[in-house]
Write a protein that binds this ligand. Structure first.
Ligand SMILES: Nc1ncnc2c1ncn2[C@@H]1O[C@H](COP(=O)(O)OP(=O)(O)OP(=O)(O)O)[C@@H](O)[C@H]1O
Length: 621
């Protein structure tokens, strides 16, 4: 046993602590391929401060520039008081928001945000402009390297520029699609605010109504968006054509991607109000089918269930307020009921939609029952699924990391099974190519054994609430067959579970194309460019191996690619994307260049194009 005495006791200074336990401050590390990776939290911590200035009535415009590795934010707020510029970003629990009433409905008043960004950046520069004076302070990993004060003619405000530390965020790069989404959410939730992001102007007049319009296929809407606003609450609702429900929820401007008490109350309140309005005891699932809703509320001292603040746990609106549930229910009941009374066309369309869902549900009730019995039996000895121990949604610090790999072929699934982390990583093995689900109805999800078991493994039959894994990772070979399986799986998800894709749960596993090594070092390369860099780096004549399929990679080696340095390519739907058209285009029967289309629209162009090229070369050879 090692000695335990005074010398064993250490006291970390603030930056050491943040760098030792970054997860405590900013959640997941990761390379930026998931929307909830830490590098986006860094960005948010800085922008949130500028938003607070806007909320205080200072500075209607915020300028944000993000490239793959660097973030700059300039606001025209009041500017950090010149004498405090260094302290507010480098002394823990230092801030100007503790006593202010104006900030009571903010997401965090801990005085921690910028310090975390500072400590986790190789370079962090903060500059305040205030009444003719400016002070600029520069840090590296939290260490002050420069501090200068001079006069200025620039407008008041604050500018922050930082580069996340790539020894902590390995191989990271900002995905601009994710950042763009964040920016949109900021402007939807702050009317009157203009954000200039990478030279483009973002502004919203109609808040959550604009949000829904941006996120859904407006042509498929069953009736015009219902948009209701009250004190500290705003909601928007419509019904589309897609399977599943889709919600966007916010608390004090924070996007609660995992929902929470407010979202649950909203779902409940809509059902209740609708039933009362039509005086019919509709099945809740028929009212909710294809619903697309958004809700934003303000709460005093909100309580979150996770440290990344993605799930609201608050039971009450504030220390003296009503419960979240009562508050939302009262508002929806009155406002939605009023609205339906005043808009009979909408009321009619809504009822029609509910009745249609009811018919569809009854149509497949028989087969559903059978399939569920089958799945129950199968899950007792479900050979397709090798489960992990922890699941998403459980109150466990590793719940965010839960991952289901969907693989094809015995060798690949064997490798993953052997090298995975049994705590958080599960494997679902497909037997050959899945069915092309394009154009089929939900019935097939029950009829087709593979789909049925997959649906049960994920536990998403009745919506995403019970989802068992945060990340659903398609892990197929990078050849033509593997690509085809990928497309088929994406078709399945896009068609029947678009909410899963939109919520950012689905991605594709990148595996290295090459291994470059000498006696001392091994570098795995995911592109030709990386291979060239590796050869330069190692010098001499390193050994170069091309990996052709997942099956060729040994389990030991595979462990490296699904561990800490796992690279994922998220499946992202862009705003212009209409799922139905998209599927028609590339999974329909008569479209010769559909592959090109999916490539562009799913934003994984580089990889597919590259893999396609390689696969074609291989076929020729
Ligand atoms: N853009 C800004 N304009 C004006 N003041 C700022 C700006 N950015 C930071 N500050 C000041 O620095 C303080 C510390 O900011 P920091 O982000 O570290 O913590 P916080 O916002 O107080 O709390 P949280 O931990 O929730 O982020 C703020 O309270 C504010 O007084």
């Amino acid at each position: 046993m090692t000695a335990y005495n005074e010398d064993s006791i250490r006291s970390l200074d603030w930056k050491e602590h943040i760098r030792l336990r970054p997860g405590m401050y900013i959640g997941k590390l990761g390379d930026g391929s998931a929307y909830d990776d830490g590098i986006y939290v860094l960005l948010k911590e800085v922008v949130d401060n500028s938003i607070d200035e806007f909320v205080m009535g200072a500075g209607k415009t915020i300028e944000i520039t993000v490239n793959e590795h660097k973030v700059s934010v300039r606001d025209y707020g009041r500017g950090i008081p010149i004498g405090s510029v260094v302290d507010v970003v480098s002394k823990i629990n230092t801030g100007g928001k503790y006593d202010s009433k104006a900030f009571q409905k903010s997401v965090g008043l801990n005085g921690v945000g910028t310090k975390a960004v500072n400590a986790l950046s190789t370079s962090f520069v903060v500059q305040s402009y205030r009444d003719g004076k400016t002070r600029i302070a520069e840090f590296s990993k939290g260490e002050l390297v420069k501090d200068e004060e001079k006069t200025t003619t620039q407008r008041n405000g604050t500018a922050v520029t930082f580069y996340p530390d790539d020894s902590i965020f390995r191989n990271y790069h900002y995905r601009l699609e994710f950042v763009e989404n964040m920016i949109w959410n900021y402007v939807f939730l702050n009317s009157g605010l203009t954000v200039n992001f990478n030279g483009q102007k973002f502004v919203s007049e109609n808040g959550l109504k604009d949000l829904l319009e941006r996120n859904i296929d407006t042509e498929s809407m069953r009736y015009p968006i219902i948009h209701l606003k009250g004190d500290d609450i705003e909601v928007a609702i419509t019904h589309g054509q897609q399977y599943g429900e889709e919600y966007y929820s916010f608390v004090n401007g924070q996007h609660t991607t995992q929902g929470g008490t407010h979202q649950a109350a909203f779902r409940e309140a809509v059902v209740k109000t609708v039933r009362e309005f039509y005086k019919k005891d509709f099945d809740a699932s028929d009212i909710r089918a294809s619903i697309i809703g958004a809700i934003a509320i303000k709460v005093q001292e909100p309580v979150f269930e996770s440290q990344t603040k993605t799930k609201l746990g608050s039971q009450n609106i504030g220390p003296e307020g009503p419960t979240v549930r009562t508050f939302i229910n009262d508002f929806v009941k009155k406002a939605l009921d009023d609205y339906l009374h005043k808009h009979s066309d909408t009321a009619e369309a809504l009822q029609k939609r509910i009745l249609q869902s009811e018919r569809e549900r009854k149509d497949i009730a028989g087969i559903k029952k059978l399939a569920n019995e089958r799945a129950k039996k199968a899950s007792l000895h479900n050979r397709k699924l090798r489960d992990c121990k922890i699941h998403y949604g459980e109150n466990h610090e590793l719940a965010q990391q839960t991952t289901l790999f969907i693989t094809e072929g015995d060798s690949a699934s064997g490798s993953i099974t052997k090298s995975r982390d049994v705590q958080t990583q599960a494997v679902f093995s497909l037997k050959g190519k899945p069915l092309n689900a394009f154009g089929l109805t939900k019935k097939v999800v029950y009829e087709n054994e593979e789909f049925n078991l997959l649906q049960h493994a994920l536990n998403i039959e009745d919506g995403l609430d019970g989802l068992r894994y945060n990340n659903i990772v398609i892990a197929t070979d990078a050849d033509v067959d593997g690509m085809h399986i990928r497309l088929l799986l994406m078709t399945f998800f896009l068609q029947f579970f678009p909410d899963l894709v939109k919520a950012g749960h689905v991605s594709i596993l990148q595996t290295p194309l090459f291994r470059v090594r000498n006696k001392k070092e091994t570098i795995y390369c995911y592109s030709d460019e990386e291979r060239q860099r590796a050869i330069l780096k190692l010098g001499g004549k390193p050994e170069i191996t091309r990996f052709k399929g997942l099956g060729e990679i040994s389990p030991e080696e595979f462990g490296l690619f699904i561990g800490k340095d796992m690279r994922l390519d998220p499946v992202i739907l862009s705003k212009e994307q209409k799922i139905i058209q998209l599927l028609e285009y590339y999974m329909g029967k008569n479209t010769p260049d559909r592959q090109k289309h999916i490539v562009n629209n799913l934003r994984i162009e580089v990889d597919i194009a590259e893999e396609q090229k390689i696969a074609e070369e291989e076929l020729v050879a």
